[in-house]
Design a protein around this ligand. Structure first.
Ligand code: FAD
Length: 279
């Protein structure tokens, strides 16, 4: 069972618990992106198993009126077991999404996976128009060129700052450089894309910028934030009429995800400490 300390960031261990979370969150006007926790499977059996779980999850979402979709990680559905395994499994998830009218996002992992992930996304996005989205990272220097490639590809693009420790040759390392790149890429997207922009950030400055860019260019966008992070802002923005999606992980492999959230910010660590000492 997930201890209360981790349940701020993780929507439960089972699909039933995750669905309860979706229902409660939808009632607050916030839509939910479900992510089954798991990554870096180097054997095909585990990758196939999580793929099958996603297909079932999509069927279950499709049978409800919940505002929910899914987001998969390439190394969870076979990338470390071989590019072909990833492409086959990604296709199976997107086909299920297409069949049950459930949107499928693909997370982006470290820079060594960008090419294969982009190629697989582009192929599926062209085939299953409007049913699939991809995350791109502002800390990678290549992202401007990737966005130019993605302009004419149907589907949605989620811009995040980037969560992986990348080498200096390929990535901006200083926060100010990453923020500047995020602003530049966001502006490019609002100027050039027809819509389908997802602002994957908790940063009020980036959200304000997106609102300004929307006023300037009229391009549709949504905002995505993680479960357990700035949830008040998620509800307030939804009440103001913005489309808000909360990325909510679930599953029994919750520990490393929770540990990452606690390490990345002082206030999350304080929250964890307070929970432990019962304050
Ligand atoms: P930061 O620069 O971390 O923070 C900026 C400001 O946001 C802070 O100054 C503060 O005002 C506010 N803020 C941030 N965190 C908190 C908090 N805990 N409490 C209160 N205020 C806070 N990364 C990937 O590499 N690949 C992915 O596929 C991916 N998918 C993601 C999907 C979603 C929906 C989101 C939200 C993030 C995803 N990320 C992904 C992670 C992302 O790359 C960043 O590491 C993470 O979002 C932190 O960056 P930030 O934009 O929130 O801003």
């Amino acid at each position: 069972m997930i201890p209360p300390i981790a349940s701020r960031f993780v929507a439960g261990e089972t699909p039933a618990a995750a669905f309860d979370h979706v229902r409660e969150t939808n009632e607050e006007g916030v839509k939910v992106i479900l992510n089954l926790l798991g990554e870096h499977y180097d054997n095909r059996a585990e990758a196939d198993q999580d793929t099958a779980t996603y297909v079932q999850l999509i069927r279950d979402i499709g049978g409800t009126d919940l505002d929910a979709c899914v987001s998969v990680k390439p190394s969870q559905i076979g990338l470390d077991a071989g590019g072909d395994v990833f492409r086959e499994n990604f296709r199976a998830v997107v086909e299920a999404g297409d069949h049950h009218d459930v949107f499928v996002w693909c997370d982006m992992e470290d820079y060594t996976t960008t090419d294969v992930t982009l190629d697989a996304f582009e192929e599926l996005a062209r085939e299953f128009e409007g049913g699939v989205g991809l995350c791109v990272q502002a800390n990678l220097k290549r992202t401007r060129e990737d966005l130019e490639r993605l302009v004419d590809v149907p589907g949605k693009i989620r811009l995040v700052k980037g969560a992986y420790a990348e080498p200096r040759e390929v990535a901006y390392k200083d926060k100010s450089e990453v923020d500047a790149a995020y602003r530049e890429y966001l502006e490019y997207m609002f100027e050039q894309f027809d819509g389908g922009i997802a602002v994957g950030s908790h940063d009020p400055a980036m959200i304000d910028l997106a609102v300004d860019l929307h006023e300037e260019y009229g391009t549709d966008f949504e905002i995505q934030m993680l479960m357990g992070v700035r949830e008040d802002a998620q509800r307030e923005l939804a009440a103001d009429g913005y489309e808000i999606w909360q990325y909510a992980p679930y599953g029994d492999k919750w520990f490393s995800y929770f540990y990452r959230r606690v390490r990345e910010r002082k206030e999350n660590a304080l929250f964890a400490l307070r929970a432990v000492v019962g304050q």
